[in-house]
Design a protein around this ligand. Structure first.
Ligand SMILES: [Zn+2]
Length: 329
């Protein structure tokens, strides 16, 4: 999908640029997370599952799908590969697990990311109050937690007005998950996303080091008592459960944990406010962990909602998520 290829439709070029920009920002996208789409000439171009947005200019990460047929199919099945256009079938890419959400929204461009501000906002009931002070030129809807995929798409449809139009930007704050922006074009989607994330963020990013596991993920003094309590409350998002387990963070006295100390946690908050990861975690795990530390620092306490045991179980046994996990290996 390079610019030299004449088959690239209008609008997709802008989406590729936006993909690279968002995918290169760890405060918005971690690992293979986040997904973007554009609807043009009866085709839904959607990010492929397991691919990295930051690679949008160096490899094919978007799959073209029959928009009308996909819209019909998504409410009854998660097996969407048959609706990939015949010309792209040989590529073997599988459409994003959030295809239902993308195709059911009327907006030309739909952007979904795991922004640390939006994650933090959606951890407490205070989000309802917080969205009221967002600019009035966009519609904002808070969506209760739902399993990614069809269930999330259904939860969104149940909350959004029936007369939703693609002309007016829409923001969905997905509780315990992230944010979705729908807009008429990539530039508008980007501008709205930037504004919403800025609105929800209160602290600058901690100097996380995701490149190595030889030192702390986050240095001493970066996590206060409030943020530590949020981190250690349980699985805060689907990615936290899938990548870091049902109890992602725990507390530790002093230095780095041993690789095989029998602890159920992947990350550890030390008394000095530093955060350490279990040695041997991969880059995706480290990126997800860093974003959770970041999100925890944006919260001001209050009752933090976490995923229930049943919600974690349904994520880690889910076929689509297992497939995404396998892709990384
Ligand atoms: Zn997501």
């Amino acid at each position: 999908m390079h610019s030299s290829e004449p088959s690239v439709p209008a609008g997709l070029e802008d989406l590729l640029d936006l993909s690279v920009r968002l995918g290169s920002d760890l405060r918005l996208v971690q690992g293979a997370g986040g997904n973007l789409s554009i609807k043009t000439d009866g085709v839904l171009w959607i990010k492929a599952s397991g691919t990295r947005l930051s690679q949008a200019r160096t490899r094919d990460i978007f799959v073209p799908m029959d928009e009308a047929a996909t819209r019909e199919a998504v409410l009854v099945t998660e097996a969407l590969t048959p609706y990939v256009l015949p010309s792209a079938q040989a590529g073997g890419l599988r459409p994003s697990i959030e295809t239902a959400l993308h195709v059911l929204l009327p907006h030309t461009v739909v952007v979904h990311v795991h922004g640390v501000g939006s994650i933090a906002a959606g951890l407490t009931d205070g989000v309802e109050e917080s969205v009221r002070t967002l600019p009035a030129d966009v519609d904002t809807v808070v969506v209760p937690y739902a399993k990614p995929g069809v269930e999330l798409a259904r939860a969104v449809l149940a909350r959004t007005p029936a007369d939703l139009t693609g002309d007016r930007p829409l923001v969905l704050v997905l509780r315990n998950h992230g944010v979705v922006v729908g807009a008429a074009d990539s530039a508008t989607a980007a501008e709205v996303l930037d504004r919403v994330e800025a609105h929800f963020r209160s602290a600058s990013a901690p100097p996380a080091d995701v490149s190595t596991d030889s030192g702390p993920l986050s240095p001493p003094g970066t996590v206060d008592a409030t943020a530590a309590a949020v981190l250690c409350a349980g699985a805060l998002t689907p990615d936290s459960a899938v990548f870091l387990g049902p109890a992602p963070f725990g507390r530790i006295d002093g230095g780095p944990p041993a690789a095989d100390d029998g602890s159920p946690h992947s990350g550890f908050v030390a008394d000095d406010g530093s955060v350490w990861l279990r040695p041997g975690l991969g880059p995706d795990e480290r990126e997800v962990a860093a974003s959770l530390v970041d999100a925890a620092r944006q919260t001001d306490g209050g009752d933090v909602s976490t995923l229930s045991t049943a919600q974690v179980d349904e994520l880690v046994t889910w076929e689509a998520e297992k497939w995404r996990q396998q892709l990384k290996r």
